[in-house]
Design a protein around this ligand. Structure first.
Ligand SMILES: [Zn+2]
Length: 200
């Protein structure tokens, strides 16, 4: 994905998180509350697919998530679907796009049949749940030896360690791990030492 697009997605996720009434430091992000605060509701479905977003009314939507997933996977699926809602269905972003969807039409791929749609939604989901300022702060708390343990960071954000690794590498907060057998650790660039302004 082009860096410019990913930057746009990161910025949009920040705006949406604020619009949802999220308190900057209360991690993990309360997705139930966020969805409710912007006119959506959430359903746990007995059957797959993993997750679906659908328009319910002119200002409302529904996220359905299969109930058989782990809590971290469940959270990432909800955030992913919010990515589709804003990026691909235009909710609160592009009125014409949003109006082109009719209630009950849940699959944006019908209108946007291109490959990157899920990658973009995932990028939104990662940025929504693991914002840069908060990730840098968690990394800073662990400073020492130039490596961090992803497990406590993943627990802090309510996501999987691989999600933290992916987002941190994209943001440049982490270097790639040179030692794959240390599966929860990644190297940290020295520049993260400068994020102590975020300490609370
Ligand atoms: Zn998707």
């Amino acid at each position: 994905m082009r860096a410019q697009l990913r930057k746009y997605i990161d910025d949009l996720s920040d705006k949406v998180r604020k619009a949802c009434g999220f308190d900057d430091n209360r991690f993990p992000v309360d997705l139930e509350l966020c969805v409710a605060n912007i006119g959506g509701d959430m359903v746990r479905a007995e059957r797959r697919p993993q997750s679906i977003i659908e328009k319910v009314g002119s200002e409302s939507f529904r996220v359905s998530v299969w109930q058989g997933m782990s809590p971290s996977k469940d959270r990432m699926c909800v955030a992913h679907e919010l990515g589709h809602l804003f990026l691909h269905m235009g909710f609160c972003v592009d009125e014409d796009n949003w109006n082109a969807f009719s209630a009950g039409q849940e699959d944006p791929k019908r209108l946007f049949g291109y490959m990157d749609i899920d990658y973009e939604a995932r990028s939104f989901g990662l940025a929504f749940l693991i914002p840069r300022y908060a990730l840098e702060h968690e990394v800073w708390k662990q400073q020492g030896g130039g490596r961090v343990d992803l497990k406590p960071i993943a627990a802090h954000f309510g996501v999987a360690a691989d999600d933290v690794r992916e987002q941190g590498q994209w943001l440049g907060v982490f270097y790639r791990d040179f030692w794959p057998w240390l599966s929860t650790l990644v190297a940290v660039p020295w520049t993260t030492a400068s994020v102590d302004g975020h300490a609370s």
